[in-house]
Each structure stands twice: as C-alpha cells, then as structure tokens.
Design a protein around this ligand. Structure first.
Ligand code: AMP
Length: 546
C-alpha cells in the first residue's frame, strides 16, 4: 500500500554501526590466548572489523561463502562475527570439543573457504588437516610475535589486517541472507547445521534485550562464559552492542578462580553459561566468602539449573535467570525472570519458580502435544512433546534434506525432542528428553552412536547408553549392557574399542551388566523405564567420595 513505512533490511552490520555511533564508551575486554588482557571500545572495534572485512574481500570472500572460526571468546572472534557477516558471508563457528570425525564432516559439509583459529587449536587442525579441503586458507588469530610453528601453511591474523582501510560502507542485501552457521549434534550420525539469517539474528537480539532485560543495561559489563561457538554465545555479541552494554570475554580459562578474578576486576554485572561452569564459580564464591564485586545477575541455560545452584546464587543476592532454548532456536526460547507478583513470594517459592524453565520470550510460540500430535492443555499437569514456532527458529537444516524433512510437524512447528508441561502462568517445565542424547557439561553425546559402537564388540548382545546425574557435568554417559556369553568385556576394553569414533570426554564412565533391557510395546529399549530402574545408581566418582 502506498504511503507506508520504509523497508530497511535488518542486517547485523547495522548493530555495529549503531554501537559505534551511539555507545562510543562501551566495548570489549578480552583475556587473550597470548596471556594478557586487551580492551577497546566499539568505535575501535569497528575500525579493525572494517580492516578484516576488506582483507576477506581481497581474498575473494563474497556473499554466501562460509568462513570458519575455531576460537575461544575474545575480541578477534567478535571481529570475525561482524566482518564475515557484514560482507554477506557466513560465519561458521566450530566447536573444538567435537570428535575428529565430526569436525572433518562439518568443515567439508559447510565447504568452508577460510578457517580462523586460536593458537591453542593448532594441534586439532594438525591432526585432521589431510581430511580438510585442500584449498583451505588457515589464519592463526594472533600477531607475528606469537605465531606458533604449524605443520601446515598459515597466515597471521594481525598481518592480514595491516594496511587495510579502517572504514567501510557495509553492503546492503536482503535481510534473509544467511549470516552464521552452527552445527548441533543429532541423535545419530552427523551433526546438523542451523543456518541463521540476518533478520533472525537481529530479531533474536531485540528479543533477548527485551525479555532478559534484567541482565542488560547501558554501561553494564556482561560476561559470556557460553562460548561464541555455542549458538552465537546465546546472542550476546549482538544484543550487548545493541543496548550499549560491554562484553567481557574470558578466553580459555573458565575455572572458578579464573572467572571470579576476571569478574571482580572487570566489574561484571551479568554472566551467562551452562550449569557446569557455575559449579566452579559458586565453589570459589564460597571459598572467598564473598561474590565478585558488581555481580548481580546470572543466566543459566543449556541444561536444567539445579535448585541448589539457584538457591546458592540467590542467597548471595545474585538474581538467577533460568533459560531454555536450542541451537535451532537461535537459541533462547524461554526465560525464568519472574513477574513482579512472584518476586514478592517467600524465598522458597521463588526458588521453586526459578527452577522451572520460565516463560516464552516474545517471538516464540510453544505447544505441547501427545503421541498423536494432539495439542495438550497448558494446565501445568499435561505432559507432552514440546514444539516451537518463531522468527528465529529453523525451518530445516543446512543442506540436509533428510533431517529437514523430519524437523517440522504438519503445521510447520519445530519438534524440540524435549518433553514438557506448561502451567497457566506460562511457565515451561522440561520433564524429560525424548531424543536419544546425553548432555555432559553442555555438550552432546549421541546415545545411539555409543550403543552402535559398543554393540560391535562380540561380548555385547544388546546395550543402552543413558545419562546419569553428575554434580559437575550435569550428566555422564554409562552403558547398560547385556552380555552375549560368559566373557564380558571390561569397561576399558569397551572404551578402547569405541574410542576412534568419539572424543575422549564422550566415552562411557561405567558399564552396568543386566540380564535384559526393559522394552516398550513397540519393541524399543525403554529408556524411561531404564532411568527409573537406575534411580539409585551412583556415578563411580560419587561412590569414591562417599
Ligand atoms: P543445544 O541445541 O545444544 O543448545 O541444546 C538444546 C537442548 O538442551 C534442549 O532441547 C534441551 O534438551 C536442553 N536444555 C537447554 N536448556 C535447558 C534447560 N534450561 N533445562 C533443561 N534442558 C535444557
């Protein structure tokens, strides 16, 4: 219709330009892999991002090309986010904790043209280099003085930037252009790529800035402990500049004492990450008998936040926001900041409310359905598989027709594989997981892949891999196995046998021998019953400390 609003594309470069202009004093402080700390403001970041964008263009990178990063949280990684996406290429963040097989698969599947890596990850690439594309360019994210010896030809990041102009007119293109790519582990087989668009990324940044508003604020320092290779650090590299908050990037040291010292020094107000890292920080807070000076807000997601952890933070006057989401959702779906009337409730009731996964953010619709796909009431009692819909939810997977075909239901909702209830106040409670995955320290392990690998050992007739509770890692995999004869392979033999296909941390911690596995009516192993049977099971490490 004539006389309507303008259409300006929602591009991530507009966030950077805005922050450079309107939030000149805010910026980024990073613990560098070189060992020191680096700080600059958004205008200074913008100059280097322009230089990097020119350097990428000079190497022929153009709209739609994939450029990979294998890096910790630091300012150079932030620069890559904006430079790559700014020129219309796709920033593919790689998780260094993947197994060698998975890493080889995703780099080839994404057809990455350049791979930027931190010095610490040189051994990872050296080990798989011969399986990566021959014409790949490698750039080490450091200066000449710190360039490591590499068994493959590599460029130096700082040299790449040298001599490039510090200004750029960011190109304008369709807001539905791909912006970044993040692979997530599937229940079996190869990881699947979630491809974010500029539009979805900008909208998601708006969404979290509004729904998680307690964490944000102009001039506040926010610490993404969640890696930039985990769903764009939950959107923080976009939402922080948008609101004029500063980012504190922790580099590789994520243990409690290192985080405490960094937060204290940089006056971090809000910190975001998975429960595993908060175990370490809480222990340090207890050891020191105080919290980091300005610490007032923690966002816990990726796995369920244990009640004791929520209580631990809240008792120190640190407000907990318990978030739920997925790689496929950019990622934030729900967030547990309480409505005002609930804030007035007694402490115990508030903690119980915060242990739930919270209410949906604007832009995400939720439904729970029964086994036949029929929507269930949101009465806090009915439990069903959780489906979601929204502007920042995938409609399929990158170049993966098979997985894409299974992703959505007939009405176009995305199936999360989580089993949940939703109460009349809108609070989501994740009750179980329908997908065959184990989450350890915020990272996935495919139970089906573990089972298939273990079953190729002659001594195992049948087995099931399940996640058992672990105080530090949230869950750890154990194998419940039925022997095929008298001779049972030992745990070490099983681990040895399957180790070529998995990262070390993905191997099972224990094997439990049983006569038979519980089955469902349709003849599948009933993981639900198995988990019930093992309620009293204790992880070997807990037995040792008991
Ligand atoms: P990812 O794609 O790696 O971010 O993992 C998403 C999955 O992690 C979800 O589908 C849930 O199974 C699980 N998850 C994420 N956040 C939570 C939470 N707050 N409570 C329980 N499970 C969670």
């Amino acid at each position: 219709m004539e006389g309507m609003m303008m259409h300006r594309p929602l591009l991530v470069s507009t966030i950077l330009e805005y922050a450079m202009n309107a939030h000149r004093k805010a910026g980024i402080t990073s613990v560098r892999t070189e060992g020191d700390t680096h700080s600059y403001n958004y205008p200074e970041a913008g100059v280097r991002i322009a230089q990097l964008a020119h350097a990428l263009q000079a190497r022929g990178i153009t709209l739609g090309d994939r450029v990979a990063t294998l890096a910790w949280n630091g300012y150079r990684h932030f620069e890559l986010y904006y430079a790559i996406s700014g020129i219309g290429a796709v920033c593919h963040t790689i998780n260094p904790r993947l197994s060698a097989e998975q890493l080889i698969y995703i780099v080839n599947h994404a057809e990455d043209r350049i791979l930027f890596l931190d010095t610490t990850f040189v051994p990872i690439i050296a080990a798989v280099k011969e399986h990566l594309p021959e014409d790949m360019t490698y750039v080490i994210m450091t200066d000449r003085a710190h360039m490591p010896d590499t068994p493959f030809p590599a460029l130096c990041y700082e040299e790449l930037l040298e001599g490039q102009p510090g200004q750029i007119t960011w190109p304008e293109f369709d807001e539905n252009t791909a912006c970044s790519l993040c692979y997530t582990s599937g229940t079996t087989g190869n990881p699947k790529g979630a491809l974010y668009s500029h539009r979805s990324t900008v909208l998601h940044a708006f969404t979290i800035a509004i729904s998680l508003r307690h964490s944000f604020g102009e001039g506040r320092a926010i610490l993404p402990v969640v890696p930039l290779f985990h769903v764009n650090a939950w959107g923080l590299p976009y939402a922080a500049p948008l609101v004029g908050a500063s980012l504190v990037m922790p580099g590789p040291a994520l243990d409690g004492p290192s985080l405490f010292a960094l937060m204290d020094r940089e006056k971090v107000y809000s910190a975001w990450g998975v429960p595993t890292v908060w175990m370490g920080l809480l222990a340090e807070i207890r050891a020191q008998g105080r919290k980091p000076e300005n610490f007032g807000d923690v966002v816990i997601g990726g796995s369920a936040a244990p009640k004791a952890m929520i209580e631990g933070f809240e008792k120190m006057d640190i407000s907990v926001g318990h978030a739920w989401g997925m790689t496929e959702m950019s990622p934030v779906g729900t967030h547990g900041c309480l409505p005002q009337w609930m804030e007035a409730l007694p402490f115990e009731e508030r903690i119980a409310a915060k242990a739930k996964q919270g209410r949906r953010v604007y832009g995400v619709d939720l439904k729970i359905v029964d086994e036949d796909g029929r929507p269930q009431p949101q009465d806090g009692k009915a439990i069903g598989e959780l489906f979601v819909r929204g502007n920042a939810v995938v409609s399929g997977y990158f170049r993966n027709e098979e997985a894409s075909a299974k992703a959505l239901d007939a009405e176009g909702w995305f199936g999360t594989g989580d089993v949940a209830s939703i109460d009349p106040d809108g609070f989501l409670v994740i009750q179980d997981r329908a997908k065959d995955l184990i989450k350890s320290g915020g990272e996935w392990i495919s139970s089906i892949d573990l089972e298939n690998a273990a079953m190729s050992l002659p001594g195992i007739a049948n087995c099931a891999a399940i996640g058992v509770p672990h105080p530090r890692w949230d869950e750890r995999p154990v194998l419940v196995a039925v022997a095929s004869g008298e001779a049972r392979p030992s745990l070490d033999e099983i681990r040895e046998h399957i180790s070529p296909h998995f990262a070390k941390w993905q191997l099972p911690d224990d094997v439990i021998w049983v006569d038979a596995l519980p089955m469902t009516a349709t003849g599948k192993v009933s993981k639900l019953n198995l988990r019930k049977q093992l309620v009293d099971y204790e992880h070997p490490e807990l037995r040792e400390t008991a």
